[in-house]
Design a protein around this ligand. Sequence first.
Ligand SMILES: NC(=O)c1ccc[n+]([C@@H]2O[C@H](COP(=O)([O-])OP(=O)(O)OC[C@H]3O[C@@H](n4cnc5c(N)ncnc54)[C@H](OP(=O)(O)O)[C@@H]3O)[C@@H](O)[C@H]2O)c1
Length: 321
Amino acid sequence: MPAWTCRRYGAPDVLALEDVPVPAMRPGWVLVRVRATTVSSCDSRIRALRLPSGMGLLGRLALGWNGPRRPVLGAEAAGTVAAVGAGVTAWRVGDEVVAFPDMRMGAHAAFLAMPADGLLIPRPAGLSLGEAASLCFGGMTALDFLRRAALAPGERLLVIGACGTVGSALVQLGRHRGARVTAVASGEGVACAAALGAERVLDRHREDFRRLGERWDVIADTAGATGFRECLPLLGEGGRYLAIAGGLGDMLARNRGNRRSIAGPVRSRLADLQELGRLAEAGAFRPLVDGVHAFADMPAAHARTDGGRKRGSAVVILPAA
Ligand SMILES: NC(=O)c1ccc[n+]([C@@H]2O[C@H](COP(=O)([O-])OP(=O)(O)OC[C@H]3O[C@@H](n4cnc5c(N)ncnc54)[C@H](OP(=O)(O)O)[C@@H]3O)[C@@H](O)[C@H]2O)c1
């Protein structure tokens, strides 16, 4: 099957389109024909080995020393069940699904193997193929961090990087939970963040949220533009700082009084994916798509993601079977 591989770390030109074996079927697993996927910030970080500060050595040990041990990247997909393994009753050939292999990766290929009871849900009605492929990465991150922050209705939430994949999910899901969302964006992202449901949008090139003399209950930094200590004066009593793009230092940061710093990898749960599916069907969460790339143009989608300025997800559509 065709698959984009990354066999050594580097710029998008290290990627190669190869013919690799279709994943072997196992009892209890399903094979998904991938129709759309994304190039997430995680794909871009792994390909380039551009990891959050302090994570370089740990990253090489976990991912592979000179190149990724799992050379086919791609953390999320929308597609069709092409085969089911022995003992699988929940899925049938032809079912349309959204799959989140997450750090197991493998979605930048024509076929993806998934445990039948893994992070797999029916494709939500009303989403385009590209939106369905973009459901997981931002949505799962946002749900996990909002749960860890215990965001409550009426609380003030500041989202930095509000139009990125994670930020656009935080704005929508924060608002859905009844929070009063202030978004930090720039340029055309200002209108975009307002359309996502932010009560107020700051253009970061014109207004500095640090200088407004205001406080928030939760500050979510998806851009690594701030730090916990810097944000302490901006957090109200019991405030939480979400270091979503944070490194080792953020994971080790100590709480200050009743103000907390929350960092570290997302814990992905099937219940969250199912909730995202329900919210998408109800119109409460619509994944934002930055642009759509052909499978043959995978390196261009990586280059777009590398820039760190996209609005929503860089979608890649595979050729029809
Ligand atoms: N902890 C975890 O497990 C976890 C999970 C998922 C993602 N992440 C991390 O979260 C981060 C965001 O991911 P993403 O996929 O949402 O990225 P993305 O789609 O590339 O979005 C990043 C956004 O940040 C904004 N931005 C860039 N520089 C900025 C600055 N200096 N100040 C304020 N905003 C700035 C950009 O908008 P403008 O420049 O147009 O304003 C852009 O929309 C990545 O570092 C990723 O690795 C962590």
